[in-house]
Design a protein around this ligand. Structure first.
Ligand code: 6PG
Length: 266
């Protein structure tokens, strides 16, 4: 069972949010380097890659601690759509367009773990999920050795229905206990075929951050944090399963009406 409560931060605008997100991600990076010399993270699609780029491509003060050392990063996808990597719906393409292609050469390039293109057209995305799980096992450890992979950081979005990764409210995948990566053929958010990290993998990460901004998130954040109606929502399950390891980066319109204690800067 998780200890502590998630941290909920709210900022007046995207510049301040990005500045705080940068500090947070770099602290996660630096402590990962001191543990094992690389930084292993997973990212979602949606609005996240753009704000992440704003955070990470900002000028550094020149110290190694304030510099994203991308050549030591392994970036996985918290969820991915079963579409070609150059498709407009691809989270790989989104991350590449927003962030990876804009990284100055002097910072080096991260290893970005894409889904296997050979299986994108399969009717059933299960093979895609299995191959992605094997990729995780190569980077972390085999399923026989560790029960779950321990990401240094997982960066998530939260949909207006409370979904996160491609874990949707009421879906059977929320009960998955064994697989690290699961396939989905009936996502209510298009496209329907996807793969996603499972809830146990998300809550096992050392750090988990949600980025949720804009008035469109107001109703759902109130449900998630006030817990009356939102107790079984996927984003709430991450809060409950990971407790104080979770940090929410929001703006003021998104948390309007949320009574949960919150702070500005970290
Ligand atoms: O591939 C996906 O569909 C995303 O990973 C998805 O889970 C996203 O993170 C949320 O829908 C929030 O999206 P926004 O940040 O755009 O609201």
């Amino acid at each position: 069972m998780a200890t502590g409560h998630p941290n909920l931060h709210s900022f007046p605008n995207s510049d301040e949010l990005a500045a705080q997100l940068r500090g947070y991600v770099l602290r996660c990076q630096n402590s990962a380097f001191s543990r094992h010399g690389t930084f292993r993270l997973a990212v979602s699609g949606g609005s996240l890659p753009a704000i992440l780029a704003k955070a990470l491509l900002a000028p550094s003060n020149g110290s190694p601690e304030d510099t994203p050392q991308f050549s030591k990063w392994h970036i996985f996808f918290a969820d991915e759509r079963a579409v070609p990597l150059d498709d407009e719906e691809s989270n790989y393409r989104l991350l590449k367009d927003e962030l990876v292609s804009k990284i100055p050469a002097k910072f080096g390039s991260p290893v970005v773990h894409a889904i296997d293109e050979k299986h994108i057209g399969d009717d059933d995305p299960q093979e895609l999920a299995d191959l992605y799980q094997e990729d995780l096992m190569r980077e972390f450890a085999s399923k026989e050795t560790v029960k779950l992979p321990a990401f240094d950081l997982i960066l998530l979005g939260c949909g207006p229905d409370g979904h996160t990764c491609s874990l949707f409210p009421g879906h059977a995948l929320l009960r998955e206990k064994d697989a690290w990566v699961a396939a989905e053929t009936d996502s209510p958010k298009p496209p329907p075929k996807r793969i996603t990290l499972t809830l146990p993998v998300v809550t096992h990460a050392l750090n988990i951050a949600f980025v949720a901004t804009g008035a469109g998130k107001k109703g759902i954040l109130k449900k998630i944090f006030d817990l009356e109606e939102g107790s079984s929502l996927p984003s709430t399950l991450v809060n409950q399963g990971a407790g104080e390891k979770v940090t929410w980066f929001t703006d003021h319109p998104a948390v309007d009406g949320v009574s949960f204690p919150r702070r500005g800067s970290l």
